[in-house]
Design a protein around this ligand. Structure first.
Ligand code: AMP
Length: 219
């Protein structure tokens, strides 16, 4: 059975970085809902046009716009292992995901909750940079690209996301605490939740993540 994981945590908690590392080392497919949204916006698709205002202001894209797109992407991953990075973010999304999984005879094996205090997030997000082509993440202080402004992975341009600017980050954090943090209880009640202290160095967090995944018999 392929392993299917959910990575939860506030913006800037390092869940995307850890998902990318685990993808490389354990052969899982990382599906980042934020990246899917950014790709749709960049492509100028019909869905991209509808979601742009929400993404740019740091609010959540309405459930009915995002859920179908992400479930279709999950379906496409098929029988390979999966890391859902940034989805679900609301209770209705979690319910839709559970229904979609059950319908295919699939299940979520574990939910990893990346915990980090707001002060640390605001500091780290200020230094976050992303590749505008492949979405790889960097940090000016902790994880700079080898050549400034150039993506190590694909040579694309490394930029600061508009929604990583301080006012938008505050909005995203409020949204997270109000709408997404309650999902912790939802998954805890289902016996799936693993808490992770994400304020440590990325290498240490990676060891913890790997230990949890190995404990599931994934790799
Ligand atoms: P992220 O890269 O995960 O921080 O996502 C960037 C933006 O995409 C968020 O601020 C939301 O506007 C949108 N987004 C990503 N995932 C979701 C989701 N599961 N539900 C609603 N909006 C989302």
């Amino acid at each position: 059975m392929p392993t299917r994981l959910i990575f939860m945590g506030p913006p800037g908690s390092g869940k995307g970085t850890q998902a990318a590392r685990l993808m490389d080392s354990a052969g899982l497919v990382q599906l980042s809902s934020g990246q899917v949204m950014r790709d749709e916006i960049k492509a100028g698709s019909a869905i991209g046009k509808k979601v742009a205002q929400y993404v740019e202001s740091g609010g959540l894209v309405p459930d009915e716009l995002i859920t179908g797109v992400i479930l279709a992407a999950v379906e496409k991953v098929g029988d390979r292992g999966l890391i859902l990075d940034g989805f679900p973010r609301t209770a209705p999304q979690a319910e839709s995901l559970a229904a979609g999984m059950t319908a295919r005879g699939w299940k979520i094996d574990a939910v990893l909750d990346f915990q980090m205090p707001d002060e640390v997030i605001i500091e780290r997000i200020g230094g976050r940079r992303v590749c505008s082509d492949c979405g790889a993440t960097y940090n000016t202080e902790f994880l700079p690209p080898k050549v400034e402004g150039v993506c190590d992975a694909c040579g694309g341009k490394v930029i600061q996301r508009k929604d990583d600017l301080p006012d938008v980050v505050r909005n995203r954090l409020e949204t997270y605490r109000a709408q997404t943090a309650p999902l912790v209880q939802y998954y805890s009640e289902r016996g799936l939740l693993h808490n992770i202290d994400a304020s440590r160095h990325a290498d240490e967090v990676q060891v913890t993540v790997r230990r949890i995944v190995d404990g599931l018999g994934a790799a």
